[in-house]
Design a protein around this ligand. Structure first.
Ligand SMILES: *[C@@H]1O[C@H](CO)[C@@H](O)[C@H](O)[C@H]1NC(C)=O
Length: 170
């Protein structure tokens, strides 16, 4: 999936307006959905004729770098899992690596509770939010409910949140 941050151009153009640029949320959606389905993502920006990277592109690149610094283990060297997006919360996308299953939430869940219909937990399952730590979850009637925590103020901004499961099946 080769995509351009300026939706309408591979190169720099002076007449681009703000709404032409993908938001960081839009970029992470491209990245996460592509990787979850087994693809590669290529993110394009265009420098000016004299080689400068304008601030909007610099910001998007910095944001993606910052997100990957915390959450990259759900992306790099991952493979598609049994399910791609969750059967109950379609904006959650899965990857797997080293026997961990990563549920990547593109939206912060209503009521701070993420409902997952595609994972089965057991008494040995653990759940961790990358960049935070262990999170609580419960399971009943085939739905796993993960409690999203109050993030400390010094948590890096994330835009998409990754729950790393150990010991789940699909
Ligand atoms: C999973 O993603 C696809 C593609 O975006 C979408 O059509 C589908 O509705 C999603 N599944 C659920 C359960 O929302």
């Amino acid at each position: 999936n080769a995509f351009t941050v300026d939706r309408n151009s591979w190169g720099f153009r002076r007449d681009a307006v703000y709404k032409n640029f993908l938001s960081i949320e839009g970029i992470l959606e491209q990245l996460v959905t592509t990787v979850s389905c087994g693809g590669n993502a290529l993110m394009n920006i265009g420098p000016t004729h004299d080689g400068r990277i304008v601030p909007i592109f610099e910001e998007r690149l910095t944001q993606v770098g910052s997100w990957l610094k915390t959450n990259g283990e759900s992306i790099y060297n991952s493979k598609p899992w049994t399910h791609q997006n969750d059967s109950s919360t379609g904006s959650v996308w899965y990857t797997t690596a080293n026997n961990f299953v990563y549920a990547i939430a593109l939206k912060w869940p209503d009521g701070n509770t993420l409902k997952l219909g595609s994972v089965k937990t057991s008494s040995t399952t653990t759940a961790t939010m990358l960049g935070y730590g262990k999170v609580d979850f419960s399971s009943s009637n085939g739905v796993v409910q993960v409690t999203f925590p109050n993030l400390p103020l010094d948590t890096p901004l994330m835009w998409a949140w990754v729950i790393k499961f150990e010991g789940v099946t699909g």
